[in-house]
Every structure is written in C-alpha cells, then in structure tokens.
Design a protein around this ligand. Structure first.
Ligand code: CMP
Length: 833
C-alpha cells in the first residue's frame, strides 16, 4: 500500500475509534461491542470485495483489511506491553497489597486452573495436541476489566469491588501471557522439551522478570528525579520504560517480559509521583490513557475485522467446542470464587469477599483486548501449524464475543437484581438533602446581592423565590423518601466526611505540603474509610480506624528482619512512614471538623452532626495516642517532622503570594520566574525523606543504662560488644510464659508489662527482664509485652555467662533481682485465691 493510502486508512480508523465511545453511550452498549460490530462490517466488506471479485485480488486497501499487515511480534512486543503498563500505572500499590491474597488468588491461580480446565476439557474432543488446547486455555483465561469497570462505575459499585477486579485482570494478563509464551514455544519449536526445565521456567522466568522490571522502574524514577521538572522529558522516559524492560528481560536475560512490564509499571506508579509535580504526573497518566485507548481499540478492530474470514469456515463442531470452552471456563472461575476463596478467608489469609461480589466477579469475567491480541499473535505467527492457528483464532474470538454479548449485556441487570446499585438510591436522598441546603444558600446570597445593588424589582424577588421553592421541593423529596434510619444517616454523613478528607489531602498535595508518596497513602486511607462507611456504616468506620492504627504485617516483617537479622533500615522506614501518616492524619482531621459544622449538620441534622463529631473525636484521640507513643521514643524526629511541615506550609504561602503579586502586575514575568525558581528549589530541598535514627548505637545505650553507670569506659566497651540493640513495637510480646528462654534484655528506654499470671508488673528504663530463665534454666516465668516503643539491649545465654564471669558485682545484682522476683511470684501464688 502506498503511503498516502496508508495514512488515509489510519486516519479513517482513528475516526472510527473516536466515534465508538459516543455511539456506544447513545445505544447503551459496551464500546467494545460497538467496535467489534464495526470491525466485523469492515472485514465483511473487504472479504466480499476480494472474494466476490468486485476489486482485483491485489487491491492494496482491500488486502490491508483482509490480511492484517501486522505480524505476531507487533502484538507481543508493542500492543501488550502498552496495555499492561497502562493498567499497572493505574494501580494503587498500597491498596493492592491490602487485597494481595484475593487478587493474587483470582489472578494467578485462577488463570492456571482455567487453563488446565479448558485445556483438558478440549483435548479429548478437539483433535489437536494437548499443548494447543492449553495454549487456547491460557489465551482465553485472562479477563479484561474495562467493560466491567464501566458498568461498575455506572451503577455505583463499591470501590473495593472495582479494585479487586482491576487487580485481578492486571496480574492475570501477566500470568496468562507468561504461559502463552511457554506453550507457543512448545508448539513452534522442533527441539524436544525437558519437563522439569519447563516447570522451573514457570518459577524463574516470572520472578526474574519481576526483578528486571523493578530495577528498570526504579532507574527510570531515579532519572525522572534527576532531570528536573520537565514533563515532556518525564513522559518520554516513561514511554521508553515498558518497551526497554520488555526487550531487556526477554532478549537479554530470557526472562518474562510481560512481568517485567507489570513490575516496572507498578514501581513507577509507586515511586514516580513523589519525583514529579502532580500536574506532570497527571499529564503522564493522560498520555498513557490515550495510548492505551488507541491500542486496545485497534486490537478490537483488527480482531473483529478477521471474524468474517474466520467464521467463513466455522462448522457445527466448532460451535460444540466453543460450548466446551464456555462451560470449562465458567466452571473453573466458579471453583476459584466459591470453592477456594472462602477457604482462604476461613484460613484468615484473605479478607472476606461477599457472595454477591463473588457472583458479580464471576459473571463479569469478560474477555477483551489481551485475549484478542494473543489470538492474533497466534494467527499471524508463520511458524504456528495452520490447524492450531485456526483452532485458536475461531475459539478465542468466539469466546470473547460470547462473553461480551452474553455476559456483558446481562451484567447490569444482574447487579440490579442483587441490589448492588442500591447505594445510588441512598445517594439520591443524600443529593436531595445537599441540593436543599445549597439552594437555600443561593437564595440568601441572591437576595443579599439584590439588596446591596438595590435590584429590588419583581423579577429579582421571583428569582429568589424560585430558588427557595427548588430548595424546599428537594427537601421534601429527601424527607418523604427518608426511609433512612439514624444509622444510615450517620453512615452517609461519614461517607461525606471521608470524601472531604480526600479533598483536603488533594488540596495539601496541590500546595506541596505533603510528599506525593504520603499523598497516595492518605488517599488510599480516605478511600478505605469511604468504603468502610458505605458498606458497614459507623461500625465499619470505627473498625477501619482501629485497623489503620494497628501495626500491619509489613511492620511486623520489618520488625522481624530487624530483630532476627539486625537489618534496621526497613523498620526505620516503616516507622518514618507511620510518623508522617499520623501527623498528616491529625492535621487533616482538625480541618475536617469545620466541615462537619458547616455542611454535615445542615444536611443531616444536629443529631447526626453530633454523632459524626463524636466518631471523629475518637479517631483523633486514637491517632494522637499513637503519635505521642512515637514522640516519646523519638522526640527529635517528631520535632524535625513538624519543622519540615511548617517549612513546607511557609513555602506554599510564599509561592501563592508571589503568584498573586505577578497576577496583579506588581512584579514582572522575569522577577516572578526568578522568585518562583528559588521557591521551587527550596521546596525540592524539603521533599526528600527524613531519615529516622532508631537510636540503636549500642555504646550510647549502654552508657544510658543505669546498671552500667559505675563501669569504666573500657568495661562498658567490652559489655557493648556482647549486647545487641533491638527496638520493640508497642503491644509486641517478646517473652512468653512457659517457653524456653535464650535471651535476657536490659531496658534502655520505654516500658514493658510483665504478666506473671497472678499480677502485672511494669518495668522501665534501667530494669532487666528475661534474666530468670537464663539464670535458673527454668521456663519463662511470665509474659512480657512492650507498652510503648522500647529500646532494649539483648543478651544471649552464652554471652551472659561470659559477661557475668568478668563482673561479679553485676552477677550478684542480677541474681539478687531474679531471686527477689522469684520470691515475689511464689508469695503471689501462696496469697492467691
Ligand atoms: P524470665 O522468667 O526469663 O521471663 C519472664 C520475665 O519476667 C522474668 O524472666 C523476669 O525478668 C520478669 N519477671 C517475672 N516475675 C517478675 C516479677 N515478679 N517482677 C518483675 N519482673 C518479673
């Protein structure tokens, strides 16, 4: 095809793609269905033109549509990475981690189960090799969230459901493509394949790919940080990232390219925003949205253009095979959602996902661009045996069409019948109440303006009256539909408060007073509160508040790494993050209170307003307590954080002031730019991480411990060599009654609670704990739990002997303490009830 014709064809395709959205909206169909319909039309015309002899068989334009000019590599190397990277960029890594188990479960295991189910169901009947059946299995195993998410948003589905489905589809694409690559290699290579090697490949190839992706993502984020604030450069780097990661992983290291792309996307999504301005990040995401839109539309078009040609040779047997695929894939999905996921929940490995949600996820597993791209890659792969290519193309397209037409078109009614759109009815009431308040305000304001400018004509009065009437009718609507009890009202008010919290965070982000990384966490926190209040009302809100303050498994992991391996960095980071999050949460909570006064109370009534204030008050107290516990142990860090926050607020004010001077023409553009640049430089200086020193210098801790006060410097240095510093988190139990004891601890700071079963004793700085088991070789006599953050000096049994041998005074002291405690405990038992 000559260049002008090619340009023309591409431009025409773009017009089609562009018009699909509005048309789909008008006819209320998923846009993929409309696009597919159009593609089928084009393919039909091209086939008829050529085969009907209307145009010569070598007509370039007709050929273009009848035989795709795109090879299989383009689908694998360009189309898929683009789509995968785009969805990874949109993931909230923190929330993904929270739902990690169900998402991984749905994604990876479900894909494997579906592949096997479909593969083995087809094998006896399909008349092609098992590898070909499995290849088809993994191609159709991956789900596409776009259509489903569209429906979810329309009916106002809860955010967590959206997140589960998005997370699932991202990871299952990666899993399916990884298997796809292995099975196509099996089918196209002539060499014998070693089974164990293949099994090993399934482990090494994805993990290695993930490593490549993380490294590439981090490198890109680092580079973005270095190049300074230039969004054109930043976006270009982000564009290069997935393809580089893909090719490097595939070609250089023979690892999984798709997983590298996903890992790179997730890494950039979590590390990127902190290194760019919010506008630049938004710009980057917009560009990726655009690209992904083009590519996925193009895949749909190209695949559906092929349909007429494929369907030309379809017979009844193909339809039967399609039936097998449908049944097997639905059965596999059912087993995962209704068999395995509840088991995981029962084993406490996954937060519960309600039956309704599971049903919707089950039926919403539509197939889309990824499946079609893989099928196209098979048909365009010259090395693929033709009967396999046909088998895959017919069944994959057929199945995709089935999911789009049958499942896609019935999903909305299904959600309605499950009443998962019920919240929109509740939202309606909320809306009416808000409108009532707003119109009343507007009426007052208009009346004010009229009075001030002496516009007291009849039309003005009419206008004011009209506003009042609209306000009143909205109020009546809200009140007559008020089937809402006090609890529902409170839940809705809390939803509104969480929304407000979110806005405040965004506002702070815009002002640059919080780092982007923290913004992400705060936003996900606000979203969590929103979901909790929506789904479980005030009890859910309270429970979520409690959960947010508890230490997470990641904190505990970091703690283990610190305590067992002596690596402090991760724990310090977790505590830094916690510190920052608590401080900013407190600030946001303080700002939410006026909102309750101004907006919540008028809309929901005094009773609800007061209840909201109470709930927020509880939350603030809890946050404060957690913050104070940290401050007690790390006062310098708390001060530094506060100083930095104020510095950021100051800079934000400066920037605003300088802008307004410029807008009012008081300083010229050059001066303005210069001032802005110096403010930006100062802002950049406050942007990095503030490192938290856990204060684990053994020598310092030894010097601070009263027990060693009388020792010479030399003796202390010698003792310091035997001791290992550890931090213990509040609430953490580090000695359990009845267990065998191997370590004793000197408390350098903080306090612990000793529970002997009869009494509770508090020990603090300077005390020793856990010495009895070591001296007497008896099991631990009590359970010891940290009350606040503690710095301890740990001493192992072997080192204890060495230490005591050199220091008779210390030995005598310790034995005395142990003996005293033993006597106390015996006495307590004797006194006991
Ligand atoms: P051990 O028995 O190794 O483990 C539990 C520890 O709790 C014990 O050592 C003491 O250090 C401490 N402990 C037990 N009983 C008392 C007590 N009555 N008063 C203070 N500390 C105690």
């Amino acid at each position: 095809m000559d260049v002008p014709s090619l340009v023309l064809v591409m431009a025409a395709l773009l017009v089609v793609v562009a018009l699909t959205e509005p048309i789909a909206r008008a006819v209320r169909l998923p846009s993929s269905v409309v696009l597919a319909g159009f593609g089928v039309g084009v393919g039909l015309v091209a086939t008829v033109l050529i085969h009907g002899g209307v145009v010569p068989a070598d007509n370039a334009t007709a050929r273009f549509f009848a035989d795709l000019p795109i090879g299989s590599d383009i689908f694998i190397y360009v189309f898929l990475p683009t789509l995968l990277f785009h969805s990874a960029l949109g993931m909230d890594i923190h929330q993904l981690a929270e739902d990690g188990v169900p998402v991984l479960m749905l994604a990876v295991i479900a894909v494997v189960v579906a592949t096997l189910a479909i593969g083995f169901a087809l094998w006896p009947v399909a008349g092609v090799s098992l590898a070909a059946c499995l290849l088809l299995g993994c191609i159709v195993a991956t789900t596409d969230p776009v259509a489903v998410i569209g429906i979810f948003k329309d009916v106002g589905a809860p955010e967590r459901l959206v997140r589960l489905v998005e997370g699932e589809s991202l990871l299952n694409d990666a899993a399916a493509i990884t298997m796809f690559v292995v099975f196509s290699a099996l089918l196209t290579s002539t060499a014998a394949v070693d089974g164990t090697l293949v099994a090993l490949d399934f482990l090494v190839i994805p993990l290695g790919g993930a490593v490549v992706g993380v490294v590439a993502g981090r490198a890109t984020a680092g580079l973005i940080g270095v190049v300074g604030d230039n969004r054109l450069v930043e976006v270009s780097l982000s564009l290069a990232l997935p393809y580089l990661a893909y090719v490097v992983a595939e070609q250089l290291f023979h690892l999984s390219g798709v997983i590298a792309v996903v890992a790179a996307g997730l890494t950039l999504a979590s590390a990127g925003p902190a290194r760019m301005t919010p506008e630049a990040w938004r710009y980057l995401k917009d560009i990726w949205d655009q690209l992904a839109f083009w590519f996925s539309s193009l895949i749909f078009l190209l695949a559906s253009i092929l349909i007429p040609r494929l369907l030309g040779g379809v017979d009844a047997y193909d339809v039967l095979l399609l039936g097998v695929v449908i049944v097997a894939s639905l059965a596999a999905r059912w087993i995962i959602l209704f068999g395995v996921l509840p088991l995981l929940t029962a084993a406490n490995l996954s937060p519960p996902v309600s039956g309704d949600y599971r049903l919707v996820i089950f039926w919403g597993g539509l197939r889309g661009a990824a499946t079609l791209a893989l099928a196209l890659a098979v048909t365009e792969n010259a090395a693929m045996p033709p009967e396999v290519a046909r088998f895959v193309a017919v069944l994959a397209t057929g199945f995709t069409l089935f999911t789009l037409l049958v499942q896609g078109l019935t999903l909305r009614p299904l959600m309605r019948s499950l009443r998962l759109d019920r919240l929109t009815a509740v939202d309606q009431v909320l809306r009416d109440r808000a409108v009532a308040v707003a119109y009343a305000h507007v009426a007052d304001r208009v009346a004010d303006v009229a009075a001030r400018h002496q516009l007291d004509s009849a039309p003005t009065a009419d206008l004011v009256e009209a506003y009042r009437a609209r306000g009143a009718s909205a109020r009546t609507a809200a009140e007559t539909t008020t089937l809402l009890g006090a609890d529902d009202r409170l839940a809705l008010a809390l939803v509104a408060v969480a929304g407000r919290e979110r806005e405040l965070v965004l506002q702070h982000a815009g002002e640059g007073t919080v780092s982007q990384d923290l913004v992400d966490r705060l936003l996900s926190q606000a979203r969590g509160f929103l979901d909790a209040a929506r789904l479980k009302g005030v009890a859910g809100y309270r429970a979520f508040a409690e959960k947010r303050l508890a230490f997470t498994w990641r904190d505990h992991l970091a703690y283990r790494v610190h305590a067992r391996l002596g690596i402090d960095r991760f724990l310090a980071r977790r505590l830094e993050d916690r510190f920052e999050l608590l401080m900013e949460t407190r600030i946001v909570l303080d700002q939410v209170l006026p909102f309750v006064e101004q907006d919540v109370t008028p809309v929901f009534g005094t009773e609800t307003g007061d209840a909201v204030r109470r709930v927020l008050g509880e939350r603030r107290t809890a946050v404060n307590r957690a913050m104070e516990a940290l401050r007690l142990q790390y006062p310098d860090y708390a001060d530094a954080l506060e100083r930095r926050f104020l510095a950021r607020v100051g800079l934000a004010l400066e920037a605003r002031h300088v802008d307004s001077l410029h807008e009012n023409g008081l300083v010229n553009a050059e001066v303005h730019r210069d001032l802005a640049r110096s403010i930006a430089a100062a802002q950049a200086r406050t942007a990095g991480r503030l490192a938290l020193d856990l204060g684990l210098d053994t020598a310092v801790l030894v010097a601070r411990t009263p027990l060693f006060a009388d020792f010479t410097a030399e003796q202390r240095a010698e003792i310091a060599r035997l001791l290992k510093p550890v931090v213990v988190l509040p609430g953490q139990t580090f000695i359990r009654r009845g267990e065998k004891g191997e370590t004793a601890y000197f408390i350098s700071s903080g306090a612990v609670s000793v529970d002997t079963g009869r009494s509770e004793i508090r020990l603090g700085r300077g005390d020793i704990v856990g010495e009895m088991a070591l001296l007497t070789r008896l099991p631990r006599s009590a359970t010891v739990t940290a009350i606040g953050y503690c710095s301890l000096l740990a001493l192992s049994r072997r080192d204890l002997d060495q230490m005591l041998a050199g220091h008779p005074v210390l030995e005598a002291h310790m034995r005395r303490v142990a003996e005293e405690r033993r006597r106390q405990n015996i006495a307590a038992v004797a006194d006991g009830p």
